[in-house]
Design a protein around this ligand. Sequence first.
Ligand code: FE2
Ligand code: FE2
Length: 429
Amino acid sequence: MALAAATLLRFGYPSCKQNAPAGRNRYCNPHTTAGNGVIVINRSSWRCRNRATASREATAAAGRRRDKRDVVEEEDEWPSYLTPARLDVLREMEPWVEEHVLTLLKPVEASWQPSDMLPDPAALGSDGFHAACLELRAGVAEVPDELLVCLVANMVTEEALPTYPSGLNRFEVVRDATGADPTPWARWIRGWSAEENRHGDVLNRYMHLSGRFDMREVERTVQRLIRDGMSFHGPVRSPYHGFVYLTFQERATAIAHGNTARLVGARGAGDAALARICGTVAADEKRHEAAYTRIMGKLFEVEPDAAVRAMAYMMRHRIDMPTGLINDGRHSGRDFYDRFIAIAQQAGTYTVSDYRGILEHLIGQWGVNELVSGLSGEGRRARDYLCALPNKMQRMEEKVMERAVKAKNKPTPIPINWIFDRTISVVLP
Ligand SMILES: [Fe+2]
Ligand SMILES: [Fe+2]
């Protein structure tokens, strides 16, 4: 798992060009790293950060615009997802899950392991290991601080893995009730968690060997995040809402790791080893995304009305990524997360346009705009809401961005304890 958007929009970023290499985006570009590690940003890059702020405001405004009727109907529909008939749909899907979802997990014997991508003292011997560590440290030497901070956030989110299967095990029917259930759903949860477990491991070990991080502070952040948990703005027992969230989140994670790989890699900061690690994790996330996309796609096929209403519900309440409660120990509430969003946005590892792009992608994947039969009045309203949402989000982003550009807010230097309190300058909301 990873972070995400206000998500957008909480994990979200601005409409800086998606996937643009560091330093080449016409909005985000002109920043340099001063000798003291501070990212110096000139006026033209304010536009990028202002866009970030704008997008977060736009998303928040979109959330507030729900009318009373929406709220009442949403509260009414929670129990409808937990009726025996609706839950039976998930039980009857078990043979299909066996055939179409479990097959997306890789056997342990065919899986990569963290030690495949890191210096191995047992194989290299002491001199060889020392030399390999020096090589690793030389590779990461030019990675700018803002990307290091994004890498920490990616890693911390992965390391908070204990939280995520707990969430899945709150969903009716699909949960692993005993810890060793033989159902396809339970085997998926365990297999998925086992694959995810390698992500935090490999990033953590790489960071430890690199010498560029205050690992004790990073470890304290991991402990805080697991302690504090995560926010899920849906009915906590409904698999329908849960699978919408998981699909969105896995795609967002894949994008974040993928963008990080490109930015730190040979064409960016020059660390090919780190790029390989991030790219390998991103590929796993894509496979997981495919699994959840299939599950939700099946629910759209079998129960289109319930599926489209669940998706609309989740989008109205915003998809908050698991890192929403990340904290460096110096800030309260979401204060630190807001700062992180601004940094990640500036770095280009995840953008507001990514969030909107995910929504558009899923609307297409699940054929939301083609849904006709089997929809109730609420279902039709949910479909229409979803199909109009990307354009609405874009228009709102543009409007708020225009306002933000006019305001010309000054960047704020933010000390980050993960990188020994070096500061990164960003414009904050
Ligand atoms: Fe994941
Ligand atoms: Fe992951």
